[in-house]
Structures are given as structure tokens and as C-alpha cells.
Write a protein that binds this ligand. Sequence first.
Ligand code: SAM
Length: 390
Amino acid sequence: MAVWQKHRFTAIIENMVEKVIPKVIPIRINEGKGLAPSIGAQLIAPHGNTQDTRGRILRDLRISVTDRCNFRCTYCMPKEVFDQNYPYLSHKELLSFEEITRLTSIFSTLGVEKIRLTGGEPLLRKNLEVLIAMLAQVRTPDSKPLDLTLTTNGSILRKKATALKAAGLQRLTVSLDGLDDAIFKKMNDVDFPVADVLDGIAAAQEAGFENIKVNMVVKKGTNDHEIIDMAQHFKGSGVILRFIEFMDVGSSNGWNMAQVLPSKEVIARINAVFPLEAIEANYSGEVAQRWRYVDGSGEVGVISSVTQTFCHECTRARISTDGQMYLCLFANEGFDFKTLLRSGKSDLEIANAIMNTWATRDDHYSEIRGSDTANQSTGHRKVEMSYIGG
Ligand code: SAM
């Protein structure tokens, strides 16, 4: 069979399969089979001013350390897709701690100062505190340590908090979608109780973490009635609560616009009970918009990736669990840095490959999304958030 015939045949079969099982598909589209990054013929010294095609500069990096999670949040890793047959990565496919540290230190020579470890559930990666201790040694070109943080579902934080702090983790974000046990259990879909996440947050505070944030994904009609209770609970606690609009990440969460509660509405609801005023971003490119309680009892944030997109100031790259560099959370293709790392290339060559890859970046997905991007027929199949790192 000629190559074009093979492609055509594959396309026909894929089309038929999608019609029969429209959503329940183990999605590893292109995962681990990324594009080859270009090192270029003329190597240049690493610098922190590489602009993408829209003038955006690389400043922060998210690294997914595992594609596995012990939760099955319906909006992220729904049970019907992420079941025992899902093709999770094997251990040898993952970047090792040494590879992650090497890549991070190369990124730091290119202006990256902020690193977030994520997943999947990052605390499921064995000995994660060892990786954190390694990353805590990395220095920027002007000898500063990196701003090192982690996003977790909090389920094993009670066990891990002290070791994470001792290893040099500076900040933590814990995800929690409500205080009502029935709602939360329905959303995490593994019957995990609210009390244990709250206990994880308490453990982090006891371990000395001062800068803790809580992320609540708001799904209209599912947990939006929890907004005020959540605000009340964390008001005055020192923990910063952030509300995230339900996003069309991946291709399996059945997203549609009717389930998005615009952040404006979140703020209006809180403001009606606990008056708020807008405050400045901490730094340019911060994705959360900040609001403080007028009575001085702390702040909340909103991340409006659907209704007020921030692509124009996005300075973020992502490394998937198996070492593919992605230029957007909503991308469907990555660049294979694992192969480069494992093929004896020098740090200078890898730095050039990163700069060249960033220079090609044109992504601005949130600005052009349709109203039903989860619909497979649009043909834009995005990689899953658990793999690319949330
Ligand atoms: N397991 C960790 C956790 O639960 O925080 C880290 C990975 S998780 C993918 C990172 C963050 O992405 C969480 O705060 C989660 O709620 C958020 N998230 C996942 N799917 C989302 C979606 N469809 N829309 C908005 N936020 C989402």
C-alpha cells in the first residue's frame, strides 16, 4: 500500500472509531512522539531575551513529574477514560531527576526563574523531595535560587509536607473544589473527603509553608454554590483562594461553555457578601487577577482563562512527563527534548534548541477557541493536562 493510501486508510478508521465511541478514547495523541527541536547550525550563547513570534519572552516553566493521579476529577481525568486500560507512561519513559535538573538549569540560563512541579499528582512520584533538593541547588545566571513551587491535590500532604519544606520547596498550591463533602467526592470521583485535604493544608502550615494558595475549579451547576463558603473558610487564614474557570483542557472532559462561570460573576458574588477591591498584579504576566477584602482579611484571585484570555502575555513553557516541550496548555504537539537529552548533546546545544523552539511559538489558543472545542469533530485534539502538567 502506498504511504498516502495508508494515511487515508488510517484517517477513515479513526473517523469511524470516533463516531462509534465519541469521547471514551485513551488519548495519547502524539504524546512521546514529539517534533525534533532544531539546534541550528550557528550556536549562540544562551540569553534571556528570546521572543516568540508574538514578542513574548520565556520566563516560567511547568514540569509534569508524573502522568498518574489518585483522583479522577471529572473535569481532568474522568474515570471512563483514565481507567486500568489507559496507556500511562512506563518508568523508563519518564525524565529522570537528573534529566529534569539538567533541563531546568539550562532553562535558567534562558531567563526562567519560576518552576512549578505538577502532573498528574506530583506527590505520587517516588522520592519527589530528592528532586526538589536537586532543583533547590540550581542558580540563575545572577546567582539567585529559583522560585520553586508545586501544585498538589493535598491527599498525601500530611505525610510529605515536612520533607518537602526541608528539601527547599518554597511555595505550595493545593487544589480543593468545595467544602461540601458530597460535592467534593463527586468531583474527585474517588470518594476522597474534604477533611483530609484541609488536614494536608494544616500540615503544610505546621511545616512552615507561609505562601499557600488553594485552587478551586468552578463548574457552573456543579460547585458554584460553594464559592461563598470557600471564601469564608479561607478569609483571614493567610491562605489565598483562587477561582479557576473550567477550561477545555485535553480532549476528554466534555467541556462546554454553559459550564463556565465567568470570573466576573465569581467576584460579584463574593463582593456582595464580603466587599472586595482590585489590586495590582505581583508581576507582569501573572495569570491570576487579584482582589483584596476591604476589611483587610486577605485576598482572593481569579484565573479567567476562558472569558478574559491572557495569551498575549503568556511567558510559560511546559515539559511533559516524558520530556516533550509544549508551548501552550492547549497544544496538540510537543518538541522532543528527551531524545536530545539522551543523545549526548551539550548544554549549549540544548539551550539553542530551546531558544529556537521558543522563537517559533505562535500559540494563542484561548483567544481563538470555539464554543465547543471538546467536540472531537473540530479535529483539534489536545494532549491531556495530566500529561502536559496542569
Ligand atoms: N494533581 C495536582 C492537583 O490536583 O493540583 C496537580 C495537577 S492538576 C492537573 C493542576 C490544576 O489544574 C488543579 O488545580 C486542577 O484543579 C486544575 N485543572 C484540571 N483540569 C482543569 C480544567 N478542565 N479546568 C480548569 N482547571 C483544571
